[in-house]
Design a protein around this ligand. Structure first.
Ligand code: NAG
Ligand code: NAG
Length: 427
C-alpha cells in the first residue's frame, strides 16, 4: 500500500518525517545501492532522503497555510524512484497545522454611526475575523467587551462561527454618552489561544429629543423705578443638551401685555431682559410675563418672569388749599378756621407719607383732621397793629430718602375791628 507520513508545519530543516528504509524493509546501505531517490514533480523539493539514516526529512520550513490555504487535510504527494527496478513508489505526507496564525480583522478600527433613537433589538453586522489556521487552530469564537448597550450574537455554522452581529440592548442617549468604545475579540482554539481585536467606536447621532429647560421655573427681580434705560434687569437661561441647532436656544416673549412689550426688551440670544422705557411705580407696580425658550427644531419651554418695580421718592407732595376766608377781624377768638389744606403724594409708603408744618412764630396752628387733611386755625387773637397781613407758608414734606417737600402760601389780611363793626352796622 501507499506510504503515508505526517509532519507538523514550521519544523526546522532536517526534521524527521518517516523512516523510508524501514518501511521498504531495506537496510540503510541498500538505499544507495539500489538508487532510491525522490522524484521531484516540479515544485521545489519539500523533503529529502537522508542516505545515512534512511529517513525522509524536511528540506526546509514548511508553511501549511502557504501550501494548502484553508483546505484540509493538507497532503503533499510525491514518488520515490527505485532505480534498479524502475519502480515508482507513491508517498503522501500530511502537513499538520500548528497554531501559528492569529485571528485578524482587516481593519483595526471600525467607526459606526447610530441615531440615538435606534430601537433596541437592532442588529449591526460586524466584520469577520480571519485565522489562516485550520480546525481548532482557526477562529473559534468572538467576544464583545462588556458594555450596557450592546450584546454580541454570532450565528454558528458547520465550520464554526459565522457572522458576528452587535445587538442594541437598550436605548442610546447622546446626551449621556456620545460615543461608545467597544472591542471585538476573535479567538482561535489553539493552545495557547491566539486572538485579535477590532476597536469599534459607535458614534451616537443626535436627535432633537430634548426640549430646552429653564434653570428656574420663575425668575423674579425687583428694580427701583428710576433705573436707567437699557439696564440689564435679569437674565433667563434655558439649557438644551442636544447638539448643534437642536440645542441652540432662542428666547421670546410668550403671553405678555402690550405694556410689557413697550417697556421691556428681551435679547433673543442671551435671554437678557432690559428696560427700553422708563419704569414708573405709580403706573405699574409689577410686570408679570411669560418667556419662551425654543430650540432650533422647535421644541420649547416656558418660564414666568416677574419684574417688581420699587418705589423711589420721585414725587413731591401736592398741596391743595381751600381758603375759607382771606380776611379775619383782629379780635376774632382763637380757633377760627382760615383754610382747609389737603395734601397728597403719589409715592408709596414713607415716600408718600406727608407731614405738614407752618413756621412756629405765627399766631396760627395746623390741626390735623384726618390723614392728609389739615385745618389752619388762629391760635390766639390777632393783633392788627403787630401785623396786618400774614403770608403763611405751609410746608408739606414726605418721609422719603431724601425727603421731598412742597410749599404753599396763604395770604391773610387782618381787618380793623372798627372797620368791621362799621361795615357790620352799615348793612
Ligand atoms: C445657563 O445655565 C447653565 C447651567 O447652570 C450654565 O452652565 C450656563 O453657563 C448658563 N448659561 C448662561 C448663558 O448663563
Ligand atoms: C408769600 O411769600 C412767598 C415767599 O416768601 C412769596 O413767593 C409769595 O409771593 C408771597 N405771597 C404774597 C401774597 O405776598
Amino acid at each position: 500500500g501507499n506510504i503515508r507520513y505526517s509532519v507538523p508545519e514550521e519544523t526546522d530543516k532536517g526534521s524527521f518525517v518517516g523512516s523510508i528504509a524501514k518501511d521498504l524493509g531495506l537496510e540503510t546501505r541498500e538505499l544507495m545501492e539500489r538508487g532510491i531517490r525522490i522524484v521531484s514533480r516540479g515544485r521545489s523539493q519539500l523533503f529529502s532522503l537522508n542516505p545515512r539514516s534512511g529517513s525522509l526529512v524536511t528540506a526546509g520550513r514548511i508553511d501549511r497555510e502557504e501550501l494548502c490555504a484553508q483546505s484540509t487535510p493538507c497532503v503533499v504527494s510525491f514518488n520515490i524512484l527505485m532505480e534498479d527496478e524502475m519502480k515508482l513508489l507513491p508517498i503522501e505526507v500530511e502537513i499538520i497545522d500548528i497554531n501559528d496564525n492569529t485571528p485578524q480583522f482587516q481593519l483595526e478600527e471600525l467607526e459606526l454611526k447610530m441615531s440615538e433613537i435606534t430601537t433596541p433589538g437592532t442588529r449591526i453586522p460586524l466584520p469577520l475575523g480571519q485565522d489562516l489556521d485550520v480546525g481548532i487552530n482557526s477562529l473559534q469564537s468572538y467576544q464583545l467587551s462588556a458594555n450596557p448597550h450592546f450584546s454580541l450574537d454570532v450565528q454558528q455554522g458547520p465550520e464554526g462561527p459565522q457572522q458576528p452581529e452587535m445587538v442594541l440592548q437598550r436605548p442610546l442617549d447622546r446626551e449621556k454618552d456620545a460615543v461608545h468604545y467597544l472591542v471585538l475579540t476573535a479567538s482561535d482554539g489553539g493552545s495557547p489561544i491566539h486572538s485579535g481585536t477590532l476597536q469599534i467606536h459607535v458614534q451616537v447621532v443626535d436627535v432633537n429629543d430634548n426640549p430646552p429647560a429653564f434653570t428656574k421655573a420663575e425668575y423674579h427681580v425687583s428694580v427701583p423705578e428710576n433705573v436707567p434705560l437699557g439696564t440689564r434687569l435679569l437674565k433667563v437661561n434655558a439649557t438644551d443638551p442636544d447638539e448643534g441647532a437642536n440645542g441652540r436656544v432662542t428666547y421670546s416673549f410668550h403671553k405678555v401685555d402690550h405694556s410689557v412689550v413697550r417697556k421691556f426688551q428681551l435679547d433673543a440670544y442671551t435671554g437678557e431682559l432690559s428696560n427700553k422705557e422708563p419704569l414708573d411705580f405709580e403706573e405699574y407696580k409689577v410686570y408679570p410675563m411669560e418667556i419662551q425658550a425654543q430650540d432650533g427644531a422647535g421644541l420649547m419651554a416656558r418660564a414666568k418672569v416677574l419684574v417688581t418695580v420699587l418705589d423711589v421718592n420721585d414725587n413731591a407732595p401736592e398741596v391743595g388749599i381751600t381758603s375759607v376766608t382771606n380776611t379775619v377781624p383782629e379780635n376774632f377768638p382763637p380757633g377760627t378756621t382760615i383754610a382747609l389744606i389737603s395734601v397728597h403724594d403719589q409715592d408709596a409708603d414713607n415716600n408718600g407719607h406727608i407731614t405738614c408744618s407752618i413756621p412756629g412764630n405765627l399766631p396760627f396752628k395746623l390741626e390735623k383732621l384726618v390723614d392728609n387733611y389739615y385745618r389752619l386755625v388762629t391760635e390766639r387773637t390777632l393783633d392788627r397793629e403787630q401785623s396786618s397781613r400774614h403770608n403763611i407758608t405751609i410746608t408739606a414734606t414726605d418721609q422719603g430718602t431724601p425727603p421731598l417737600s412742597t410749599q404753599a402760601h396763604i395770604s391773610l389780611l387782618v381787618t380793623d375791628i372798627n372797620d368791621h363793626h362799621h361795615h357790620h352796622h352799615h348793612h
